[in-house]
Design a protein around this ligand. Structure first.
Ligand code: ADP
Ligand code: ASP
Ligand code: MG
Length: 600
């Protein structure tokens, strides 16, 4: 007899018929000899409808009242599903988050789970009951017992957290697609089902726009080694397994606010090449990285910041042993790119920096905690270390710094995050596919800060201001180009933020930016972010070139590029997002011949 947690999403319980079908499936699982805890979402589009009602009343509803309102959706579906189980003579009981004892922080509308009480669950399971739990909600353990919600899509997180707390043998997420696909089948009809994916890859995909799983659910599965599978509630296919590394025996107390950083890593075997003032037009990045791939050079980090006038800068890092061929390509390409007739002839320039180090903080507790990256920048600043390049992923933040600063940076970071240092970066896994999936995020905006004084502490200061507001940033890019204003070197810093946070970000940054000479905040809402994810990307030269090529062939200009070891993200114009997603999906031959069925 196994204990299984099953979660059913909104569409899966969207009508009486669907609820009855779900009850049948649960009943079959019990008849197969298992104990079952079920987590459900609100029916169909209920949560959206409730959000709409609130906004019909006020543009700024209080977060507390929103939680009070939205948590009702799940209460409807637990009761109805339990009635459907009773109709099958299946003993069952529905419980709200509060009745179970899903204890969270007080942060309304985005609360993290601290603890899950298991006594009552165990008692009902021992009585032979199926327990139907309301997803997405919890309760604070303050005397006021406030109702909280975990954030949109949070029922996945409730389910995986319950599975971790109960040490269930499996957590099954039933949804409206057959499993995790190479991309969103609603945007790319021939998206292909995968049999498995690593939790690191899924963390990236989920955070980059693949809403099939809530990123925090993947984070818990990864941290506690919960066997996780995503399947269709319509069919009986095998679905997709999310494979996690062996768990480290973490405590279940403070479940979602475990240690954010597990280790500090460094790599001194890297060199940087920057091409400055190359034309800002489609095809330039494609041409450059294609030539580099021809030389079998594996590129590690790539960044391209926002354009300045009609030119742009691209910087990338390679291992030192590959610097000579990479530099030769860059030198050969520069004159070709210069002759682009863009009015900036003879200005393109190649810069090579041999004495750099990449220093990273690593851990799966950083998701949705923008303060962690800000603490890293602040720690480096306090140690007098200037940051040259920044690369962020869901499980890692890396900074390129001067090699001479490396020892000092390691010591400072290890002390700040109370961790030890591992000298070798996480090993590449070239046996895994270079590209597992493609994601599109249409809810992002680009935020650029012009003429930031180039001295230690600036990135720390800016990103702490955003972090204090709970604003997460992605794709942080400092321009390579430096302007001297009144003998102060300045650079531009660009990043992407959720479009919903853009105004607030502008508000908190304006007081400081307006103090600088020519300081300016430039915002662009008209963007989409398209990303590829694959743990086998390292050790496969040419992956970036293929992605950039796919965009160039469509005539799409790339507004920004940022990478980490297992992902490459490009910002393009919003109107080009879906076509860009399709082109990239096709270039990596991720499509299947038989399109999956997606309910309307
Ligand atoms: P549920 O209500 O079951 O939680 P969601 O709507 O939250 O379902 O998530 C399922 C949806 O995620 C799918 O219908 C699909 O449109 C979308 N999706 C986006 N990216 C992917 C992907 N890579 N694989 C599968 N589905 C995806
Ligand atoms: N009902 C909530 C939402 O729509 C939670 C969930 O479905 O996971 O966001
Ligand atoms: Mg969902």
């Amino acid at each position: 007899m196994a204990l299984i947690v099953q979660k059913y999403g909104g569409t899966s319980v969207g009508s009486v018929e669907r609820i009855q079908a779900v009850a049948q499936r649960i009943h079959r699982t019990v008849n197969a000899g298992h104990q079952v805890v079920v987590v459900v979402s609100a029916m169909g589009k209920t949560t959206d409808t409730l959000v709409g009602l609130a906004h019909d009343i006020t543009p700024n509803p209080s977060r507390r009242e929103m939680d009070m309102l939205l948590s009702t959706g799940e209460q409807v579906s637990i009761a109805l599903l339990t009635m459907a189980l009773h109709a099958l003579d299946q003993p069952a009981i529905s419980l709200t988050g509060a009745q179970v004892g899903i204890v969270t922080e007080t942060a309304h509308s985005r609360a993290r789970i601290l603890d899950i009480k298991t006594e009552r669950l165990r008692r009902h399971l021992d009585e032979g009951q199926v327990i139907v739990v309301a997803g997405f909600q919890g309760i604070t353990n303050s005397t006021d017992l406030e109702i909280t919600t975990l954030g949109r899509g949070g029922s996945d997180t409730s389910a995986v957290a319950l599975a971790a707390a109960l040490q269930a043998s499996q957590c099954e997420i039933y949804t409206d697609v057959p499993g995790i696909l190479s991309t969103d089948p609603r945007l790319v009809p021939n998206a292909q089902l995968m049999t498995e994916i690593t939790s690191d890859e899924m963390l990236e995909l989920a955070s980059l726009g693949a809403k099939v799983l809530h990123p925090r659910a993947v984070e818990i599965a990864r941290n506690y080694g919960v066997p996780l599978v995503v399947l269709s509630s319509w069919t009986d296919g095998p679905g997709t397994r999310v494979v996690s590394p062996l768990p480290r025996g973490r405590s279940l107390t403070n479940l979602e606010i475990t240690r954010a950083v597990d280790a500090v890593e460094f790599d001194t075997d890297q060199a940087k090449i920057a091409l400055l003032r190359i034309p800002d037009r489609p095809g330039v990045a494609a041409k450059l990285f294609q030539e580099i791939a021809h030389q079998q050079v594996d590129v590690d980090l790539i960044i391209q910041s926002i354009h300045e006038g009609n030119t742009n800068d691209i910087a990338f890092t390679v291992i030192k042993g590959m610097l000579t061929p990479a530099e030769a390509v860059a030198e050969a390409m520069a004159p070709v790119l210069r002759s682009g007739g863009d009015g900036n002839r003879d200005q393109a320039e190649v810069l090579v920096e041999r004495k750099i180090a990449k220093i990273s903080i690593v851990g799966a507790g950083m998701i949705g905690r923008p303060g962690i990256a800000a603490t890293m920048f602040k720690t480096l600043a306090d140690a007098g270390v200037n940051i040259d390049m920044i690369s962020t992923s869901e499980v890692k933040v890396s900074c390129v710094i001067a090699a001479t600063d490396c020892d000092r940076a390691i010591a400072a970071l290890c002390q700040a995050f109370e961790v030890s240092c591992s000298s070798l970066p996480t090993a590449a896994t070239p046996e895994l596919p270079p590209v597992r999936g493609v994601a599109l995020d249409q809810c992002q905006a680009q935020l650029a800060i012009r003429h930031v004084p180039d001295r230690p502490g600036m990135a720390a200061h800016l990103f702490s201001l955003l972090a204090n507001e709970g604003i997460s940033v992605d794709m942080i890019i400092q321009s390579q180009r430096c302007h001297i204003l009144n003998s102060t070197p300045t650079r531009d810093i660009a990043c992407t933020v959720a479009a919903a946070d853009l105004e607030q970000a502008q508000k908190v940054l304006t007081p400081i930016v307006s103090q600088w000479e020519r300081g300016e905040i430039v915002m662009d809402r008209d963007v989409a972010k398209v990303s590829i994810v694959g743990a086998g990307m390292q050790g496969h030269p040419g992956v970036a070139a293929q992605m950039f090529n796919a965009l160039a062939r469509q005539g799409f200009n790339i507004k920004m590029i940022a990478t980490s070891e297992i992902k490459i993200s490009c910002v393009v114009a919003a109107a080009e997002g879906v076509a860009a997603l399709n082109a990239i999906h096709e270039v990596f031959q991720l499509g299947s011949v038989t399109p999956v069925q997606v309910p309307a």
